[in-house]
Design a protein around this ligand. Structure first.
Ligand SMILES: C[S@@+](CC[C@H](N)C(=O)[O-])C[C@H]1O[C@@H](n2cnc3c(N)ncnc32)[C@H](O)[C@@H]1O
Length: 258
């Protein structure tokens, strides 16, 4: 068994499996519908990953800038945009929300639990400040974060998560998750590290550790307000149900005041 030295998002072999493992469309449908309902014409897709959402928005006639610091993710996004023939509507940058022009977007979306990648409170506050600066007055920010009150970390073990699926290059790969770290933080919510295991078609067994921050709703609300946003709505799941203690997600919609 071998362990990746850096994050999986920087490793082309792991990135190749990301879209195979994340084929559900519920979050994409949710945010596409939201962006259309808000009437947003220019969208910043923060942590755009492999570009699936950016392409879906472009197909709806929306201009998108996708930003992601991981070169391996952006490479896949570039191919996807080219293959979909939507290059006229999508710009991709390898970087963060701090590298886009100020006051130029009508909406910013962080989907795929990108908000949980900002591990320290200082990094999260900076990401919100950069997003606030990127939005035009009246612009919206929407994102989701897993609800620390609704998760069952005990279910993240090999028995519940092990799956064997076709590998995009032929053969099959097997993957599962294991929780290897849990640090409690009363102020900012727990930091949980999951180890992703992959057995590739040639038999190599490679693991990657991913720490994610699980901020409770009061912390998310307070950090948005501190950055200057007004929180408009909060949902507890993709069916737009309200937040309950056991809700799996915290999905927030906020706006920059005019
Ligand atoms: C789970 S992936 C989600 C990708 C995509 N949004 C999706 O829904 O499929 C998380 C992404 O967040 C990106 N990310 C990590 N730190 C970031 C930062 N500071 N700014 C923007 N994106 C970041 C990672 O590189 C990765 O592509």
């Amino acid at each position: 068994m071998e362990m990746l030295a850096g994050p999986w998002t920087e490793d082309p072999e792991f990135v190749k499996l990301y879209d195979v493992e994340n084929q559900g469309l519920w979050d994409i449908d949710f945010y596409c519908d939201l962006v259309v309902r808000l009437g947003a014409e220019r969208v910043l897709d923060i942590g755009c990953g492999t570009g699936v959402f950016a392409v879906e928005l472009a197909r709806r006639g929306i201009q998108v800038t996708g930003a992601d610091p991981a070169a391996a993710m952006i490479d896949v996004a570039r191919h996807r945009v080219q293959e979909a023939g939507v290059g006229h509507a999508v710009s991709l940058i390898q970087g963060t929300a701090g590298e886009v022009p100020a006051s130029s977007f009508s909406a910013a979306i962080m989907m795929g639990h990108v908000a949980q990648y900002f591990l320290s409170r200082a990094d999260w506050d900076q990401a919100l400040a950069e997003t606030f600066a990127a939005l035009a007055p009246g612009g919206h920010l929407a994102f989701e974060s897993r609800n620390p009150q609704g998760m069952d970390a005990d279910a993240w073990d090999e028995q519940s998560t092990r799956e064997t699926q076709p590998h995009p290059d032929g053969g099959e790969f097997t993957s599962w998750l294991e929780v290897v770290g849990m640090e409690h933080d009363d102020a900012d919510g727990p930091l949980i590290t999951a180890r992703g295991h992959n057995i590739f078609p040639d038999g190599r067994h490679i693991t990657a550790d991913e720490p994610l921050r699980y901020r409770p709703l009061p912390v998310l609300r307070a950090s948005l307000e501190q950055a200057g946003f007004e929180v408009q709505q909060v949902w507890g799941d993709w069916d737009r149900s309200p937040v309950k203690p056991g809700s799996p997600e915290l999905i927030l919609l906020a706006h920059k005041p005019r």
